[in-house]
Ligand binder design. Structure first.
Ligand code: 8YV
Length: 327
């Protein structure tokens, strides 16, 4: 029997490609460079599945041009690159990679919080530039982490992981806001108290964003929200670019409306707004929150499991819209 054909849209672990080759005719983009929209459309012709990495936009126009496509397997937990209703209408399955990255991403969220509060990169740049000539009482004095109030906006699995680290590891007072409230058991486990968004903004010493991107969460943190935060507060975004209004944030940082920010994601990344590159009180990382070798390999293998599960055995592992295909 002929093997189904799939496209791997971006370079990925060779061992994962080898696994996929056991089941499929595999065409792959060997480069780290994303395919252009036209290249993606051309290379998807005749393919039953595509391994995406979160950057490839799958929408109604692409689906109409690729009628043989049956599954898009994202190597990411976020799937804002998928127009899921359009995929469901076209009977195309979408899958993502939940759970395998939760703890690693929560580790990084906490690392970014600490680096931001304790001014890690700003002080390192100072030292590397040869500017450290003496000790002084307020040299890079930052904000306290232990015992302070940790605010979390978006309390899914990663948000809960960050809450646990804060409450159990650093004795923090954890408050959160989310579309839906956690069960009392989960609230107790995370030692987290549900509050309204305004109270969250007002009370948090450190505010961590972990909510999915959608038109509703676009610029959830803009000038008005930043104005409600404490001037001593830090803001951390490990969710998606576009949730924060980067221009408003750069202005708030420059004017010390808030003390500092830690950003792993940006509007229009990999481009970073030039205003953010020139303010000193921001820690910037290139979307690496899930980036340990073990976790990235687990994510890639889960995306592969979904392709194999659905196209070979009719059963995907982590489907987003199972109703689309009755699986
Ligand atoms: C990915 C992420 O590395 O899982 C997500 O949603 O943001 C990251 O873990 C990125 O999306 C590339 O696939």
């Amino acid at each position: 029997m002929n093997k189904p054909s799939i496209l791997i849209a971006r370079a990925v672990f060779p061992e994962v490609i080898a696994r996929l080759q056991q089941h499929f005719e595999v065409e792959q983009n060997d480069s780290d460079e994303p395919l252009s929209r036209d290249q993606l459309l051309a290379r998807l012709q005749g393919k039953a599945g595509v391994f995406t990495t979160g950057g490839e936009r799958i929408d109604a126009a692409l689906l109409a041009a690729c009628p043989q496509l049956r599954i898009c397997a994202n190597m990411a937990v976020g799937y804002n690159n998928f127009d899921l209703p359009a995929m469901t209408a076209a009977k195309v399955l979408g899958t993502n990679t939940p759970d395998v990255l939760t703890e690693t991403t929560a580790d990084f969220g906490f690392a970014l919080l600490m680096a931001t509060a304790r001014r890690l990169t700003e002080s390192e740049h100072f030292l590397r530039a040869g500017q450290w000539t003496k000790w002084s009482y307020d040299l890079f004095a930052g904000a306290e982490v232990h015992g302070s109030t940790l605010g979390i906006l978006g309390m899914g699995r990663i948000g809960q992981g960050i809450a646990r680290r804060g409450a159990h590891g650093f004795g923090m007072n954890v408050i959160y806001h989310n579309r839906s409230r956690l069960t009392p058991e989960l609230e107790q486990e995370c030692k987290a108290r549900y509050v309204g968004k305004e109270e969250l903004l007002r009370e948090a010493d450190h505010l961590v964003l972990v909510l999915p991107y959608s038109p509703e969460s676009h610029h959830a943190i803009g000038a008005a929200e930043l104005a409600q935060m404490k001037p001593t507060a830090t803001l951390v975004n490990v969710a998606r670019g576009g949730i924060v209004d980067d221009v408003a944030l750069a202005k708030a940082l420059r004017e010390r409306r808030i003390a500092a920010a830690g950003l792993d994601v940006f509007e229009g990344e990999p481009k970073v707004h030039p205003d953010l590159l020139t303010v000193p009180n921001v820690v910037l990382t290139p979307h690496i929150a899930s980036g340990t070798v073990k976790t990235r390999l687990a994510m890639a293998n889960l995306a592969a499991d979904n392709l194999i599960g659905y196209l070979v055995h009719g059963k995907p592992v982590t489907p987003l819209n199972p109703e689309a295909v009755g699986s």
